[in-house]
Design a protein around this ligand. Structure first.
Ligand SMILES: *Cc1c(COP(=O)(O)O)cnc(C)c1O
Length: 383
């Protein structure tokens, strides 16, 4: 019998193998680089930690179970995960991506992947006809939903249909909602990538990333790549992410509750011109998000009336911290145009709506009253 997702956050796919030996309730950190062989041509199942390590393996099995995938691989960062995934493509391949992506992904695609002979069409998958961009050499569609930072919601089922029809892979970056709220593989995606640094780790203390798939050949290719390029997650960091995942459901629920209260406050605020949050009833992504996810998450992007006000808020918050990253227990505020998306060309930023008046908030698990008091102070008081 398979456990519910909240239970699997604690125990992974089932009883972990180590428990029989020692009874350890917390999975041990196997801080070892290599493993002794019982005999010539024999292996305990572990040979060298670049290939596999029991702590990383337990984490990978847990994440595979949460995403409902066949296999998950843990990398040293979200970007390491995406970079390793792109090793499955060859020079001459073409990939369609949504235009609104995490800035680091755009930097990887337009600099490293392009140099390696992969070409891209960056389009608005919420508005444009994706099929019109499919060419003979197109191999995949790559999306985030909700997107970073504009919170556009892309219909995963619809993208999966298009991908199937043309024999393409659908890759979904599931960082923003985490498998607790959204499981793209169940909706027809072939591959999920995510930054484990964010909601899975959840404490703003560890960098990690994942690729999850339910396609056997892709899992085999990725196992070859992780062992060859060596960007797998270290044992101690694997353990930190395992510990983070134990409270994923509690954190997702509490930070979402806080986000809803802050959204309600922002919507009433005369100095806020626009609030982008898929949980706003009647907003562009609301219905689709409701169909494909069980929550709206805790990421809020909003536009204030002037650049001056944006700067004042960033410099006046005291409890909320002005920092990159998201998905942790601490509430963070970011300035996408200058921080996470600094390397994206200005015209593209503006096309995507990322102006110098746009701020992105990742709500943590503080008391919402303190968060709103802090925002009020930042909006209305002197620095
Ligand atoms: C942060 C982030 C990444 C990159 O992950 P790192 O762990 O920082 O390397 C990728 N995608 C999204 C949506 C992100 O927010």
């Amino acid at each position: 019998m398979e456990y519910q997702i909240a239970t699997r956050c604690l125990y992974g796919a089932g009883e972990h193998t180590d428990k029989e030996k020692t009874g350890a309730v917390s999975f041990p950190i196997y801080q070892t680089a290599t493993f002794a062989h019982p005999g010539v041509g024999q292996s305990t199942g572990y040979d060298y930690s670049r290939l596999q390590n029991p702590t990383r393996e337990h984490l990978e099995n847990t994440v595979a179970s949460l995403e409902n995938g066949l296999d998950a691989l843990a990398f040293s960062s979200g970007m390491a995960a995406i970079a390793a995934l792109f090793e499955i493509f060859k020079p001459g391949d073409h990939i369609i991506t949504d235009a609104d992506l995490y800035g680091g992904s755009i930097r990887l695609f337009d600099n490293v992947s392009e140099k390696n002979g992969i070409s891209f069409s960056h389009i608005d998958c919420t508005r444009e006809n994706v099929e019109a961009y499919v060419k003979d050499n197109t191999k995949a569609i790559y999306i985030e939903t909700p997107t970073n930072p504009m919170m556009n919601v892309i219909d995963i089922r619809k993208m999966a249909e298009i991908a199937k029809r043309h024999g393409l892979l659908l890759i979904v970056d599931n960082t923003f909602l985490s498998p607790y709220f959204q499981r793209p593989l169940e909706l027809g995606a072939d591959i999920v990538v995510c930054s484990g640094t964010k909601f899975l780790g959840g404490h703003n203390d560890t960098i990690a990333g994942f690729v999850v798939t339910n396609v056997k050949e892709i899992s085999e290719k990725l196992r070859f790549i992780i062992k060859t390029v060596g960007s797998g997650l270290a044992p101690f960091d694997s353990w930190l992410i395992l510990r983070g995942i134990k409270t994923l459901p509690l954190r997702m629920e509490k930070s979402q509750e806080n986000a809803k209260e802050i959204v309600a406050w922002l919507l009433e605020n005369p100095h806020v011109k626009q609030v982008y949050y898929p949980g706003i009833e009647g907003s562009k992504g609301y219905e689709i998000c409701k169909r494909q996810a069980s929550g709206f998450g805790s990421m809020i992007t909003f536009e204030v009336e002037s650049r001056e006000l944006a700067l004042k808020i960033l410099e006046s918050v005291r409890l909320i911290q002005f920092a990159e990253s998201l998905g942790g227990v601490e509430t963070l505020i970011t300035y996408p145009a200058v921080q996470t998306h600094a390397d994206v060309p200005k015209e593209i930023l503006l096309e995507n709506g990322i102006t110098d008046k746009v701020l992105r908030l990742s709500t943590g698990i503080e008391d919402s009253k303190d968060l709103i008091d802090d925002l009020r102070r930042a909006f209305y008081d002197e620095r």
